[in-house]
Ligand binder design. Structure first.
Ligand SMILES: *Cc1c(COP(=O)(O)O)cnc(C)c1O
Length: 367
């Protein structure tokens, strides 16, 4: 049996399927397709789980970033710090708002936004906002970032698309903050819909109202033009149903990460700092190799053995075609990209599979 990179068969097990089919039937029978009971049920329970106050469901994770920027009043003429290692959408949201992304370099050991680079880029470009990304599920260094941003009046939006299940520190999940925090519930994320969905967390009642107006055509506020970024009832029902098992599944990911971390010590692969083992959501399990060519070689070798792996992210954002004209710092981001290889990480990987993956990695290096 080949190993899965995203194991939908185990995620959508029989018991889950019976329950969700019943709920979807109900939705069809009631003709209740938009903003139904599961939307508000999910929003309430998710805000609680993440120790925030309000959760607002939207259509996807990129809209969540754009709407968060809109709620903060960020638009044309503004400059927003974006880390060099993240998914394209983080920068895309800034550009679609008419603002300009400024590259903030990463910490070389973990790919997370570097607070020192943030300080330098603010001195040079006068940032109005910054978007730290909890990339792979690792918590960005929020204490230092918050301290600096609050002292300078820089608005903070945390891109937590990969960080459902991440903790800043013990007892404090992503969302336990006064910043706006955004999620994607795309099918491959830790908490996932049957299509597109996203969410925004806030503790601010006024920001909550702005987001509600903005996501539904500006309804409720004649002064403002909004957009359509509603989350449909079917996706909300799927998300609400999956909340029942999400903490269990995230715990399983953490246990698997610990096992990989120990076993990979016997290989030349570099793992992420140990301090993240109990904190990360382990959305992905990134490792680092010495060079791009070694990474390509290992990827090919593993593929032949039925082990999928993925080079997230093989470029710094500053190196992506559509983004070349933007400025900032990217030395460490460029170096980090290209050397990273993500091994299979789902809540369902068995001890035998871990052993097999690690032994094939050893075989590659000894051949
Ligand atoms: C998935 C992802 C997004 C975008 O989410 P969509 O739901 O695909 O729009 C944004 N940022 C990061 C870091 C992501 O991983």
């Amino acid at each position: 049996m080949p190993i899965s990179f995203y194991d939908f068969a185990n995620l959508h097990h029989e018991e889950f399927k019976v329950k969700i089919k019943q709920r979807l039937n109900d939705i069809i029978d009631k003709n209740s397709f938009i903003e139904g009971e599961y939307n508000s049920k999910f929003e309430e329970k998710f805000a609680q789980l993440q120790k925030s106050k309000h959760c607002l469901l939207v259509a996807n994770g990129t809209d969540a970033l754009e709407i968060a920027l809109t709620a903060y009043g960020i638009g044309p003429g503004d400059r927003v710090g974006v880390p060099g290692i993240t998914f394209y959408a983080t920068a895309e949201a800034v550009i679609n708002r008419g603002a300009t992304p400024i590259w903030i370099d990463i910490q070389p050991e973990d790919g997370l936004l570097c607070p020192e680079s943030l300080k330098r880029m603010h001195a040079k470009y006068d940032l109005q906002a910054v978007m730290p990304v909890h990339i792979y599920g690792l918590p960005a260094p929020m204490e230092e970032i918050n301290q600096f941003c609050h002292s300078q009046g820089i608005l903070v939006i945390e891109d937590a698309a990969q960080a459902q299940g991440t903790f800043y520190k013990e007892g404090s999940p992503v969302g336990d903050t006064d910043n706006l925090v955004t999620f994607s519930f795309y099918p491959t994320k830790n908490l996932s819909a049957f299509g597109d969905a996203g969410g925004i967390l806030t503790r601010d009642d006024r920001l909550k109202e702005r987001i509600i107006v903005n996501r539904n055509h500006g309804r409720g506020d004649e002064q403002h033009v909004g957009r359509n970024s509603r989350c449909d009832h079917i996706q909300a029902a799927v998300l609400y149903t999956k909340l029942e098992e999400i903490e269990k599944f995230n715990e399983q990911r953490k246990k698997i990460a610990v096992k990989f971390h120990k076993a990979l010590k016997e290989t030349p692969l570099k793992t992420l700092p140990e301090k993240y083992l109990p904190l990360s959501s382990w959305h992905l399990y990134p490792t680092q190799l010495e060079s791009i060519s070694l990474r390509e070689g290992l990827m090919e070798y593993l593929k032949k053995k039925g082990i999928p792996s993925a080079p997230f992210y093989d470029k710094a954002l500053s190196q992506e075609g559509g983004l070349l004209k933007y400025k900032g710092e990217d030395t460490h981001a460029k170096n980090f990209a290209g050397k990273t290889l993500c091994l299979p990480m789902t809540p369902f990987i068995t001890d035998e599979e871990i052993e097999f993956i690690v032994s094939e990695i050893k075989n590659f290096f000894s051949s």
